[in-house]
Design a protein around this ligand. Sequence first.
Ligand SMILES: Nc1nc2c(ncn2[C@@H]2O[C@H](COP(=O)(O)OP(=O)(O)OP(=O)(O)O)[C@@H](O)[C@H]2O)c(=O)[nH]1
Ligand SMILES: [Mg+2]
Length: 438
Amino acid sequence: MTEVITLGIGGAGVSVCHNLWDHYIQERDNNQEYEKYKQAVNFHEDSAGSYVPRGLFIDTDPTGTDLVQESAIKHWFNDDHYSTGSDGTGTNYGEGRYTSGREQMPEIQDKLRKQAESCDSSPIVFMIASSGGGTGSGLSDLICQDINDDFKIIRYNIYQPPNTIGPANECFNSIYSSWFSQEFAKFSINIDNEQCTNILNRLGISDPTYDDINTLISTNISMVTAGNRFGSNNSYFASLETSMIPYPRINFMTSSFAPWEYTPTATKEFPSVSDITEDLFKCSNSLISTSSQESKIIATNISYFGDVQTDDIKSSVENFRNSELNTFCDATNKGIGTTKVELGEGCTRFSNKITDTLYNMKRSACILMSSQRAIEILERVSKTFDKLYHSRAYVFTYVGVGFESGEFSECRECHAATIKDYEELGITISEGDDDSFD
Ligand SMILES: Nc1nc2c(ncn2[C@@H]2O[C@H](COP(=O)(O)OP(=O)(O)OP(=O)(O)O)[C@@H](O)[C@H]2O)c(=O)[nH]1
Ligand SMILES: [Mg+2]
């Protein structure tokens, strides 16, 4: 069985993680008697027979972790679940990686090892952070670099939105954490707040707060990983990993849910499995801003929930294959992995205004996708970076905290190489290599 240690890093990471634990704790309370439910994915049983969450809240300042320590679920956590600094990084990646973040590393290593020792096998480390924050980028990268030999890492990045409203140098931080995610993580799943806001607007939440967005994000995390807790999959994202073996340097994932447009009061028929499957591939439903609908898809993993029969899944994949949404490199779609998540009779899950809409739907689905949509997203942040770098804006604040000036060009070159990897994939495909998955 897969065991997972979840790390929330920096302000956004800690807040999303708080929301996610709220979710996992309620889900465990509701389902622990249910035979198929594997509570040991996220909790370990201590010597006194109590279940303890496997995870850490990490920040270079106490704002976010203080909120968790005062929250309704605080009694689930003890000192071993926190690593909190005092000064923050002032949105500076260099501070997160070289100064204030680095000072916390011995404590983080110690607490992480302790949790890993409570696992039966090598756990997966799931890291949640914003790639724009100095802590979320710099300290996450330091942790990633430190542990990647020992653990399989999945990074969940709250990525730079197209219309940045935060500090302009967030794109410096983002470009670095993209590079490290590429080098050291198995997958990085990327979403942005702007697109999450658009989706929440469509759900009737007109002016979403961070809490609304975090609920949407934690619902996404919970749904894409649900197969592990409820199903029979033994490995995280197993089919996706297999499909991605030929592409070792391509790991930038996007995610979507469907259906969104349906409201319980609608008189029209509920969307079919086929409609839902097609919706998952539409850029408008992605949790990261993208419009590259024509771009090539490499591999996907779809989890279905609710009233969905195995035959319906087969026929909807067949329908998708014949639709214009099928832009798979391999037109036979060997790269589509599907999981039907059985929640069990009477099984109730986390409940809030977003999950009430999604979970209580007759059927729904979510997808993880690797595709050339990454090019558009990576190029967007590169352009902002280049503009600032050429004017030398912010460079001095990074050099002042331990950066070597060569690191900027090295990072930018690696970023360009990643974009090229995705572009070359397009060239190979147009030359007729449509058997990429054999
Ligand atoms: N979804 C979401 N985004 C957030 C939240 N808080 C901040 N952000 C976004 O994350 C980015 C800033 O990152 P933070 O996570 O606050 O920064 P940090 O990682 O703590 O790093 P520093 O504070 O710079 O050391 C901004 O783009 C914010 O819009 C949150 O609770 N949820
Ligand atoms: Mg912060």
